[in-house]
Design a protein. Structure first.
Length: 545
């Protein structure tokens, strides 16, 4: 039973450090030293959220993903394993910013009345953390809150972010017609392992895949998953695990991992890969993956989230056609404005599938993907998954194949619905999906790359005095600026001068900067466009400061 006195006493152990916090695209994230009170308060909110949702289980993940080891973060997971509902983000911010213990208690009780949650009703919370040194301390802050709020909880210790999302969905669907899987870490491996085996029937991967685990939680979890997967010789896959040292927490995300590879456009310096070897990198909490290889002329070649999306969309479309279900299933692709224009053209013109563009951040893409029967969504940075609607699952379930070929295609499609994490983008599951597709299409990474040619592009980070001066026009998926005045007009006039030119600027949701993206038909033009748009942003930022 929760009591005001218990919350006050527990809160006194975790005072607010006088910092202003904001629940952003990836929850709260910053220097771990500053997070004790934040995590405590997130615990209170998790209990409230569970109570609001009739005692359904809410997840709390403690991680700072690809950030440096001194950082940490915390985010909430809703009952079906999706991100916290947007309307609750301001509640998290409000609790995190209460200055004193009494103000926190008052805000908590006010919030409970506001959302109509009974603070004495049952509450269930499960949580996990990545491998950061600050994790155990932050877990104590969390459990202090859950005890004080009278919530029942389970500590799943160290997990990848997508594993926690999986567990939340399993717990909440247990015993229903939507039962997602066994609510245990082992259940996760078993589900992926069996689906992979089925999807690989009569296929084999060529060579091996080297997986850089960013020295994060993905390393030990991938080693565990491998025990459930058939090897290459058995019609499975040979996986070489590298950068999986989690004993020394200081090397997490250091010169390796998906973020390094994507932003530096190079393989980790530690890589021993030979030309044409298939490689991929996970990020620190294993919810992002990008592929790459070094080509025969020793040039680094990246296969990012756009490439995974086009590969998956083309495979699924072919399977749906093979099964005789192409007209039954509404398949679509969701991207952000950062997707290379060539990938968008490939999907609409070659695959003849619709593309939807949304704002940056997984929750926006996930939401848009839910409007399709099969929604393929990826950010260029490697966050993404494929989600199947209930209608799609029912269609696949009851369909009677009319030929052996249809039977085979249907079998693979059904296996994909289990292989692909339906709750959230999952690097381990996405990596297995790519391996399955490459085996089925019997193509190399080079052939995958040559499916279409990317437009040259450039991303520039512009530091500005106040990024909040840069707002976007609603409904444009952050592709057009509403303010500062005139800035969009200047960008438009400029873009018109470049062949296949496209450029946009938006305020980052995670740091104090404006990001500029530009693409054009040649490298020189893309670079020139990006630097000129950055120049416009800089001068407009200065004039509004
Ligand atoms: C967060 C988002 C990521 C997005 C990035 C954009 C999640 C889990 N993470 O890391 O999807 O690409 O922010 O950062 O949604 P930016 O706003 O600084 O460009
Ligand atoms: Mg991540």
């Amino acid at each position: 039973m929760a009591s005001n006195k218990m919350i006050l006493e527990a809160s006194a152990k975790h005072p607010q450090p006088g910092t202003a916090f904001q629940y952003g695209t990836a929850g709260f994230r910053m220097k771990a030293d500053l997070l004790d009170s934040v995590v405590f308060r997130v615990g209170l909110l998790a209990a409230l959220r569970s109570r609001k949702l009739n005692g359904q289980t809410i997840g709390v993940m403690i991680t700072a993903s690809h950030n440096p080891p001194v950082d940490n973060g915390v985010k909430l997971v809703d009952p079906m394993g999706e991100m916290l509902e947007g309307s609750w983000e301001p509640h998290a911010t409000l609790l995190a910013n209460a200055k004193t213990d009494q103000e926190l208690l008052d805000t908590y009780n006010w919030l409970a009345r506001e959302v109509k949650a009974n603070t004495d009703a049952p509450a269930h919370v499960i949580f996990a953390r990545d491998t950061r040194a600050s994790g155990p301390r932050l877990v104590e802050c969390l459990t202090d809150a859950l005890k004080a709020a009278g919530a029942e909880y389970t500590d799943y210790k160290i997990l990848t972010t997508p594993q926690l999302h999986y567990l939340v969905r399993c717990v909440n669907t247990k015993g229903t017609q939507y039962e997602y899987g066994e609510a245990s870490e082992e259940g996760y491996y078993k589900k992926l392992g069996e689906a992979f085996k089925t999807a690989m029937t009569h296929r084999k991967t060529s060579g091996s895949v080297t997986v850089d685990c960013a020295n994060g939680v993905g390393g030990p979890k991938l080693r565990e998953l491998i025990k459930y997967l058939p090897r290459g010789a058995e019609g499975g896959v040979d996986i070489k695990v590298v950068n999986d040292d989690v004993v020394n927490p200081d090397i997490l995300n250091s010169n390796c991992g998906a973020d390094y590879v994507k932003t530096q456009q190079r393989a980790p310096p530690s890589s021993k890969a030979n030309p044409m070897d298939r490689c991929c990198s996970l990020d620190g909490d294993a919810d992002r993956v990008v592929y790459y290889f070094i080509d025969e002329s020793n040039t680094f070649r990246l296969l990012d989230g756009d490439r995974i999306a086009t590969l998956a969309a083309s495979f699924i479309r072919d399977l749906a056609r093979g099964a005789g279900l192409l007209d039954e299933l509404n398949i679509g692709v969701v991207q952000t404005a950062y997707a290379n224009g060539a990938s968008t053209n490939f999907v609409t013109q070659n695959l003849k599938l619709p593309v939807v563009c949304t704002s940056t951040g997984v929750k926006h893409l996930h939401h848009a993907a839910m409007r399709f029967d099969v929604g393929v969504y990826f950010e260029a940075n490697g966050h993404g998954t494929v989600i199947f609607s209930d209608r799609a699952l029912r269609t696949l379930d009851k369909y009677e194949p009319k030929s052996p070929a249809q039977h085979d295609a249907l079998k693979i499609l059904r296996a994909l619905t289990d292989l692909i994490n339906q709750a959230v983008g999952d690097a381990l599951s996405d990596m297995l999906l790519v391996e399955v597709i490459l085996a089925h299409k019997s193509i190399t990474v080079n052939e995958w790359l040559n499916t279409y040619i990317d437009l040259p592009n450039r991303l520039v980070r512009v530091e500005v005095p106040d990024r909040n001066n840069f707002t976007t026009v609603e409904g444009t998926a952050e592709r057009r600026l509403a303010s500062p005045a005139k800035v969009q007009q200047l960008i438009d006039e400029l873009v018109g001068k470049y062949k296949q030119g496209r450029a946009f600027a938006r305020a980052s949701g995670t740091e104090d900067a404006v990001r500029v993206y530009a693409e054009a038909s040649t490298r020189a033009e893309a670079d020139d466009l990006a630097s000129k748009v950055a120049g416009i942003v800089r001068s407009q930022a200065a004039s509004t400061a």
